[in-house]
Design a protein around this ligand. Structure first.
Ligand code: NAX
Length: 339
């Protein structure tokens, strides 16, 4: 089924919570949700906008603009600073609001600050949401924030994900620019690991729309272009956007969040996959429970990790290094007693 298929009966409205609703990513995402870009042109969408008390007025302003856009699919819009109210009965939650790293703060401070956000949100989600709940964590450090929410709320592994789709899309864009193959004709990109500078964007399995492999033409997955230009370019793209634009990626992050949730609901093409950070089931030697990015297909509304891909020794060490970073973050969370 695709978002445009006409359903036999009108689907029930979808209720979606968005945290950090007054922030810059939400300012793009909320309008795309209301326009039907995630759930298709036949589903009504109710929105729950969660903000900290100091920003609920700003979120109310966004709600007014949503109203003024007269989206035919938009149902109720609720603005609240209370997580239980925001998450009660939701089908999906985009957890975007997070605490940024302050000047001079340690990584452990960042984890502690975010543990204080994502722990309670995980519990509130578990208390109020439906069994078919889909959670996408965008707020950084996204992988570990997702692990905190999952552990605190005892969420099922199939309910929680973190976003590496922006990294995936950035990787597609770089390859398209290099090869001249349009992004729509590229299949089987993978971003492995953490949503951080240790991530491993991998062109090994990349094919064009006719199924022709592209890695060789790019000098090989372990070749100079891939390792010295492509991987660092994708991994550092967020910093590059900040230096050029003057603020961090917002519309592209919202666009990736739309892609992620739409594919989760409607599925991925059989000849393709996308990158999703989710709790490991032990695949590719990644310790169970660590939230790591893998190549994934969405089948019958659930993500499945693509199995059986081969990693060269150099690729294995890249993945291991990124997984070690995720494990270290998780150790800190445990040591600080955040879950
Ligand atoms: P903004 O600073 O524009 O907005 C964040 C909003 O979250 C603020 O309005 C703030 O009041 C709110 N907030 C803070 N704590 C909250 C809480 N406990 N409950 C509800 N709302 C809360 O940031 P924005 O540019 O929108 O980015 C949001 C997050 O996305 C950041 O953590 C950022 O690092 C992360 N990103 C993640 C990406 C990814 O690919 N996973 C890419 C884009 C982005 O960098």
């Amino acid at each position: 089924m695709t978002p445009n298929d006409i359903p036999a009966v009108e689907p029930a409205p979808v209720t979606v919570a968005v945290t950090g609703a007054a922030g810059q990513i939400s300012y793009s995402l909320l309008f795309r949700l209301a326009a039907g870009e995630v759930y298709g042109p036949h589903s009504r969408v109710n929105l729950r906008l969660l903000e900290i008390p100091a920003a609920t007025d700003a979120a109310r302003g966004v709600a007014m603009e949503l109203e003024d856009s007269a989206f035919p699919l938009l149902g109720e819009v609720t603005v609240t600073a209370d997580a239980e109210t925001a998450f009660d009965g939701v089908d999906a939650a985009f957890l975007i609001g997070a605490k940024p790293r302050g000047k001079g703060a340690q990584r452990s401070d960042l984890l502690a600050d975010n543990g204080a956000i994502f722990g309670p949100q995980g519990r509130a989600l578990a208390a109020g949401a439906k069994e078919g709940l889909r959670v996408l964590v965008v707020g950084n450090p996204a992988n570990t924030n997702a692990a905190i929410a999952a552990a605190a709320g005892s969420l099922q592994p199939h309910q929680i994900t973190a976003m590496t789709r922006l990294d995936h899309n950035r990787a597609l864009a770089q390859v398209a620019a290099k090869t001249g193959v349009p992004v729509g004709g590229l299949r089987r990109m993978t971003v492995w690991g953490n949503h951080s500078s240790t991530q491993f964007p991998d062109i090994t399995e990349l094919v064009d729309a006719d199924g022709r492999g592209l890695a060789e033409a790019l000098g090989g997955a372990d070749g100079r272009w891939s390792t010295e230009e492509f991987i660092p370019k994708v991994a550092d793209r967020g910093a590059e956007i900040i230096s050029v634009r003057g603020s961090s990626s917002a519309a592209s992050a919202a666009s990736a969040a739309v892609d992620h949730m739409r594919d989760w609901v409607f599925g991925t093409p059989v000849d393709d996959w996308v990158s999703v950070a989710l709790p490991s089931d032990g695949s590719y030697g990644v310790p169970e429970g660590l939230v790591c990015s893998f190549p994934c297909r969405s089948v019958d509304g659930r993500w499945q990790i693509v199995q059986g891909l081969e990693l060269s020794p150099a690729q294995r060490s890249r993945l291991d290094a990124s997984v070690a970073e995720i494990a270290e973050e998780w150790d800190t969370v445990r040591r600080l007693g955040l879950v």
